[in-house]
Each structure stands twice: as structure tokens, then as C-alpha cells.
Write a protein that binds this ligand. Structure first.
Ligand code: PLP
Length: 410
């Protein structure tokens, strides 16, 4: 565990500065992190907290995992950025590792999750035009209510979060938004111009909305029958978070395309990618898509090490085992805390849902004051997603804090 060190800046001065010079596009909990290791983060005053958000599942391997940090340092001493104007000696190795891990033939590297999703949408449109024969400009993609795929203009074009959209029009056309967890809604929205279905196998930002078992298989079957690409956005659910390598594995479903990000960079460096087979991803030609930083050797080295940690430490099995334990413990609280309605999730991606109208912000502040960091979503839902390297003792410590805080809710 990291030594508690005090920073020269106080939490208050850090927050004041950030609020003064930073755009106010976030509303963070009033806590400053100046040091982190494993499951623990420290503030400048030396107080320590269990991280139960994991940077929205980007820190599955724990903060500053030594294997990943070593890879970062070693690569930083060699070469960090080449652009794609030249080859670098790490990108191919990274993509091969990713393809082996995911079971796809090809990968296209980007940096952020939103870029991976944008890539998948461009891919679907191009594939729809070149392979399926849909007239260019007419391609349609089916998306879902309560989705979250990022913040670009095209992505928010099919969001139904008013705050994410208000003032940002005009929006990108070509999307049809239907009910989640309802296969018939997809069938009803399909037209001859439909090229893809773009779904989260569990809706993370919606409050860990887990669809009925069988839904993903039904989506797969519909996509096959209509010659439509099934795109799974595994940016938040991927890389062992839900107790499997990928959330689609819970139903043994193989999408045509997966969007990956967050934990691919091991909480160290932004790395994202789209994976698919050659008959799909092969439609891109030189100049049709790209990114200056995508596939850079520093990110590639970090991503290789990040996947190695997931494999070596069997983090999928750990998430599965601990997830069942966490949900069983939290379920007990549902009977004891009147305003707590349900617990849901898979692996170590879980949420507690309070009654409609309940404001969970204060609960998150109290959890912080007791040494546990978590963030509410949609007002009345709190997500619990610790790094997957958490120990049983740390988990019990966290559950003790949650129990104490929840039992005091009036
Ligand atoms: N897709 C999903 C499912 C996400 O949860 C997120 C981020 O939370 C994104 C895409 C966007 O990722 P990024 O913030 O790296 O752009």
C-alpha cells in the first residue's frame, strides 16, 4: 500500500483553482486525489479512500499496477509517438494481442471510448454501403433509450439525456432510438437501410441496467436474419469488469464489432480500439479513417501489459466471485434500508437503486467522509465498481462503510 504523503496544496486550494480556470462541465465530489495505489487513493491531507468508481471502470487493474507502470517507463525510454505515417514496432504486437484476447481477426486503434464508438459508426455506414449495398447517405443505425456512448455530436445525436443534448443541435441524422431489452422494438425499427444495431450489453451510465437473459442472443439472431452488424459497446463493461472477459460472454454471443476502451489502457493511458473480422473491418482503406495518436507505441505497450494483468491475475474469475458476494451483502440491506429498492449488476459492476426522487449525492458525500468514493447516476442510483484487484479484506471493509452509512439514511 502507498505511503500517505501530504501535498503542498490543500484540497480546498486545488478545488478553488480547478473551479476558477476549468470549464464547469463536471460536478465532482469535493475530494482531491493526489496519490493512488491499487484500490486506494489519497488526498493532499493524507486521508485515504477506497476507490469504488475506478474511473468509470478504466482502472480494472488497480491504480498504478506495477507491471503496467514498468511497461510505460520502459517504452517511454524508447519511442512514444510516430503517427501512422510510419510503422512503429509495438502497434502490431498490441493489435495481435488484442485480437487473440477478443477472438477477432483485426483491430483499429484509437484513443478514447467515444472515438471507438465513432469508428464503429463509420465502419457500419461504410460496410452498409460497400457490402450490403445501401445507398450512401441513407444508412441507418439502431440505438437504445438511456444509452451512453460518449460525448461527440454524432453520439449525443441519439442520446435521450436532455442535459447532454440541449443547445448542441443540429444533430447527425441516421439513427433510430428504440426501447432497450425489447427485441421486438428492434424488429419494428429495421428498414432496408439498416446497417447496424449499436448496444451496450449492460447500460452502465443508465445505472447498471442489466437486460433480461436471452436478450443479447435475440439481438444476435435478429442481426443475422436481416444482415445487420451487431455492435457491442464494451467500453465500460469489457475487460473482466462483469465477471467475464466481455459482458456478451454471459450469453456466449459474438458481436460483429466490439468497441473497447477504458481498462484497455490499464488506468494509465488512453487506449481504445474497435475489433471485428476482416470481412467487416477490411472495408477501411488508406485515408478513410485515423488518428494521430491511435496505435502509438506508448499506448500499445501499456495496453499489452494491461491485458497481461487481466490474464495473469484472472480478473474475470475474481470479478465473478466477488460480485456475487457483494450483491448478496447489499441485498441484505434492501430489507433494512426503507428507501433502498434494489441491487443489480454483474461481476463487480453493481448499483444500488434508491426510490424515485431520492437524491443520492448526500449519501456519496457521507460515504466519502467515511473513506469510500462512489458516484451517483440519475440522482437515485449509486454505482459500485472497485478495481478488480480488490482483496476480500478490502471488500469487507468497504461493505462495512456502506452498511454503516446506508443504515443511517432517514
Ligand atoms: N461507451 C460507454 C459504454 C461508456 O461508458 C463510455 C464512457 O463512460 C464511453 C463509451 C465513452 O468513453 P470516453 O469517455 O473514453 O470517450
Amino acid at each position: 500500500m502507498a505511503e500517505a504523503v501530504t501535498s503542498s496544496s490543500s484540497s480546498k486550494s486545488v478545488i478553488d483553482l480547478a473551479e476558477r480556470v476549468g470549464a464547469h462541465n463536471y460536478h465532482p465530489l469535493p475530494v482531491v486525489i493526489s496519490l493512488a495505489e491499487g484500490v486506494w487513493v489519497h488526498d493532499p491531507e493524507g486521508r485515504r479512500y477506497l476507490d469504488f468508481l475506478s474511473a468509470y471502470s478504466a482502472v480494472n487493474q488497480g491504480h498504478r499496477h506495477p507491471h503496467i507502470i514498468q511497461a510505460l517507463k520502459d517504452q517511454a525510454d524508447r519511442v512514444t509517438l510516430t503517427s501512422r505515417a510510419f510503422y512503429n514496432d509495438r502497434m502490431g504486437e498490441f493489435l495481435e494481442k488484442l485480437c487473440t484476447y477478443t477472438g477477432y481477426q483485426m483491430a483499429l486503434p484509437m484513443n478514447t471510448g467515444a472515438e471507438a464508438v465513432e469508428t464503429s459508426m463509420k465502419l457500419a455506414r461504410l460496410w452498409g454501403h460497400k457490402v450490403k449495398g445501401v445507398e450512401d447517405g441513407k444508412q441507418e443505425i439502431i440505438c437504445f433509450h438511456e444509452n451512453f456512448h460518449g460525448r461527440t455530436i454524432s453520439i449525443i445525436s441519439y442520446s435521450d439525456d436532455a442535459v447532454a443534448r440541449e443547445g448542441f443541435g443540429p444533430f447527425t441524422p441516421g439513427f433510430r432510438v428504440v426501447d432497450y431489452d425489447d427485441p421486438q422494438a428492434i424488429e419494428d425499427a429495421i428498414t432496408p437501410n439498416t446497417v447496424a444495431v449499436n448496444l451496450e450489453p449492460i447500460q452502465g451510465e443508465a445505472g447498471v441496467n442489466v437486460p433480461s437473459h436471452g436478450y443479447l442472443r435475440a439481438v444476435r439472431e435478429i442481426c443475422d436474419r436481416h444482415e445487420i452488424l451487431m455492435i457491442a459497446d464494451e467500453v465500460q463493461t469489457g475487460f473482466c469488469r462483469t465477471g467475464r472477459k466481455f459482458a456478451v460472454d454471459h450469453e456466449d454471443v459474438r458481436p460483429d464489432v466490439m468497441c473497447l476502451g477504458k481498462a484497455l489502457g490499464g488506468g494509465v493511458f488512453p487506449v481504445s480500439a474497435v475489433v471485428a473480422d476482416e470481412d467487416v473491418l477490411g472495408v477501411f482503406g488508406p485515408g478513410s479513417h485515423g488518428s494521430t495518436f491511435g496505435g502509438n507505441p506508448l499506448g500499445a505497450a501499456v495496453a499489452i501489459a494491461s491485458i497481461e494483468v487481466l490474464e495473469n491475475e484472472k480478473l474475470d474469475e475474481r470479478a465473478e466471485e466477488f460480485g456475487q458476494y457483494v450483491r448478496a451483502q447489499l441485498e441484505e440491506l434492501v430489507d433494512q434500508v426503507p428507501r433502498l429498492q434494489k441491487v443489480r449488476g454483474k461481476g463487480l459492476l453493481n448499483a444500488v437503486v434508491f426510490e424515485e426522487g431520492f437524491e443520492a449525492w448526500d449519501v456519496c458525500v457521507t460515504l466519502k467522509d467515511h473513506g469510500l468514493l462512489a458516484k451517483q447516476t440519475h440522482g437515485n442510483i449509486i454505482r459500485f465498481a472497485p478495481p478488480l484487484v480488490i482483496s476480500r479484506e478490502e471488500l469487507d471493509h468497504a461493505l462495512g462503510i456502506i452498511r454503516e452509512v446506508f443504515l443511517a439514511i432517514d
